[in-house]
Design a protein around this ligand. Sequence first.
Ligand code: ZN
Ligand code: MN
Length: 460
Amino acid sequence: MKAKDVKIGLEIHIQLNTRSKLFCSCSAHWLERENTHICPICTGQPGAKPAGVNKKAIIQALKAAYLLHAEIKREVIFQRKHYFYPDLPSNYQRTSTPIATKGKIGQVTIEEMHIEEDPGRYHLKEGLVDYNRSGIPLIEIVTAPDISSPEEAKAFLTRLRDLLIYADIMREGQESVVRADVNVSIAGGERVEIKNVNSFSNVVEAIKSEIKRQENLLAQGLRVERETRHFDESSGATFRLRRKETADDYRYIPDPDILPLQICEEWIKQAKESVGEHPDIRLKKMVEKYGLAQQDAKRLMSEKELADAFEELAKKLPAEKSAHFLLTILRKQLNYRNLMFRQSGLSAKALSEALGLFLKGEISDDGLESIVITMLDEQKHDVERIVEEKHLLIIKDEKELETLVKQVIESERKAVADLKQGQDKALFYLVGKVMRLTHGRADPKKVGALIKQVIYHGEN
Ligand code: ZN
Ligand code: MN
């Protein structure tokens, strides 16, 4: 079976990064103690009506539409999609008509995108339900069957995720849940849908195993039936759930509690402005304007705010040095704290001041790193004050250094003797001792020269 005979379409659900839920003001941080972020609305109590639509969620969806180069619909209607499951207290899920259509990522067409509310979480084995997640805003992105291999699916999903993270659309970290329904068909067989695959990497695995299953059936002269299957993570295989349902089975009706939503020009403008220049274009500019390596430019483009900070630094300081600083010292400290740049509270102005001091030789690279650490851990942003409080200025006063060098030479008789006998290792050792006394605030080359000078020319 050649790859061109495989057709894959994806329906991807992504939780939007908002503070509150879609139709009530409950907190959207659902991964906290069970059933603590709930109210009559998101638990479907009798008489509870949705409190309007969360505007932030709509703006997030419009940002996604812009990133996907999609056409925005001016009117969106929320419908009720009926089914029974313990995680769905109202017995229907509110799901909108498309807010955008005809988008594109690379060669893959996005047929449409709509807004939905997430159901709660049902723990099947214990029979317990947590409604914290009930009502969290989602977007569902539906692609055309333009994908023809697991590798293409992976590339598509990676690009999608990068775009959504760049513009802070997707909920991050542990709370982030991505669920996809995957449609796979190969020439000569029916389309099979795999429901609720719960991560991007499992999507790729599910596709691989489903292609193999269908190929085997066809090779044996059997039929591939239209059906809905489930992907089992532990075995990496798919299993039949039911024969395929159709839209009619869900008895969609417009939700009488929610007015049709008019998408106004103002919201579209707001969404565009918050994303700024499209990242496809910006990436090219970053490479051309600043002479960055493609890979470095991409890493700076992981978040809009980080790319903004870079451009701010590059106004006054060399671009290459700025990129290097952000992608090494800063990245390391952020990763260590599991922080996104946008969550760090760091400002480009303070980072620029700190890097400026380092490039002028006023502080060492250790000093630069301790400024970053102090800013992150103590949320102090006055660089000058941090430098003073932590004594980070490099010792330029020769006399002060010489005093320390003499002190070390006094107490390290053996190393001095070794050095005199031509053992270079002893010099490193002595330099290390002096550096420790200065808390890294001296230039090691200068210290080495001073040690030799004192030993060979001075009376010691
Ligand atoms: Zn609620
Ligand atoms: Mn859906």
